[in-house]
Each structure stands twice: as C-alpha cells, then as structure tokens.
Design a binder for this molecule. Structure first.
Ligand code: ZN
Length: 69
C-alpha cells in the first residue's frame, strides 16, 4: 500500500470544497497532510478553510441540517 504523506505541495483544491493529493489521488483532510495543518501559515490555512467552506453549498436543497445554526 502506498504510504503517501500528502505533502501540501501535492495537494490541490478540487470542486466540492475538497482537497486532493495529486501524487496518490486521494481526497485528503487537514488531518492527513504534511506538514501538519497547525504548522502551516495563516495564509495557507485561510485559503484551505475558505475552500473547505464551499463544501455542501451545491446541496442547498438539502434540509437535513434544519434551521437554527
Ligand atoms: Zn498523497
């Protein structure tokens, strides 16, 4: 099994608010990447969060979350 560290240089933003490693082609989360998300720059984290925040916006018709947030 491929042991890929998912270095941030290989991680690309993909549609749906997801991030994908172009080396192993897996969708990764901030817990999966290297260096650790906490050790990355504020600018990187801001862009990561901004892209991740777009996740689910395409599912605007889904009322499962309900009102209240
Ligand atoms: Zn990878």
């Amino acid at each position: 099994m491929l042991n890929c560290p998912h270095h941030v240089q290989w991680v690309r933003r993909v549609p749906g608010g997801l991030h994908q490693c172009i080396l192993c082609f897996r969708v990764v989360t901030k817990q999966d990447i290297y260096p650790k998300y906490e050790d990355l720059s504020d600018e990187f984290r801001r862009q990561w969060d901004a892209h991740e925040a777009t996740r689910g916006q395409a599912d605007a018709g889904d009322s499962a979350h309900g009102p209240g947030a």
